[in-house]
Design a protein around this ligand. Sequence first.
Ligand SMILES: Cc1ncc(C[n+]2csc(CCOP(=O)(O)OP(=O)(O)O)c2C)c(N)n1
Ligand code: SF4
Ligand SMILES: [Mg+2]
Length: 278
Amino acid sequence: MDDLATYAENTWCPGCGNFGLLNAFKKAVRNLESQGVERSDIVITAGIGCHAKIFDYLNLSGFYSLHGRSMATAQGMKLANPNLKVVVFAGDGDAYGEGLAHMVFAAKRNSDITVIVHNNGVYGLTTGQFTPTSARGFKGPSTPDGSAEEPFNPLGLMLSAGATFVARGYPVKLDHLSDLMARAIMHEGFSLVDVLQPCVSFNNTYSLYNERVTELEVVPDSFEDAIGAARRTDRLLVGVLRDVEKEPFHKGLMGDFVPAKQRATDSRRSRAIATLLR
Ligand SMILES: Cc1ncc(C[n+]2csc(CCOP(=O)(O)OP(=O)(O)O)c2C)c(N)n1
Ligand code: SF4
Ligand SMILES: [Mg+2]
């Protein structure tokens, strides 16, 4: 029996890359449990989009967020209870478009959250508009003559923003992706797993990815080498591009304080609210 499954009917298109991503994540959860992580300490959030339906398909605690606000929600969850492992499922439109500033600042402050981006290069749920990672020339309802813009490189961007763990995965390499997810969740600090997720209905990239996706053998030695690896286009390198230690945001802000457990008294909270409203 799959005790991570829910009663929700799966409405992803047959063949969607999200299926592999979901199975890789379930495997990662079981891997973490074998390392002593309690399932109840893994909490999830999501934006709005095809990617976000994963929230309904996972029997885990969490909070369904808004398009472009999943990162802000996750940071709030972490600050309220730093003992939790907080995982965000984001779309490329969600994370790299509408919510980009939230993600850049989460990386800058090394917020201890794990962001898994279902990067399908398209607004899937709203039927095919282009996103910041759509290829130049991409045709859809909002770009009928083909997008005239170059896509940006999310890994290069997030490395520059200060992300302490950056990885890229591919659902067809399910075990490899699952290991990346588990490593990202165990990393203390901001972690990004950008998933090359084919959308069979509006951006079918399976052939391109099957031809170009190549596993990185080792983590690049330096920041510059990581950027170089992220930018390669002849090969799409999957694996960990960056993994460095740095104090996470909540530790610098609150030390070992856990607001969810050490709640302030009613009178102290009333005073704090009164000060805020003054
Ligand atoms: C604040 C807000 N802006 C826009 C929308 C409309 N909207 C819902 S899903 C979506 C696109 C989602 O694209 P992406 O984040 O890439 O997810 P995908 O469906 O591709 O997984 C948009 C524009 C919304 N629901 N809320
Ligand atoms: S529209 Fe694309 S991303 Fe959405 S379920 Fe279908 S194949 Fe997957
Ligand atoms: Mg998308």
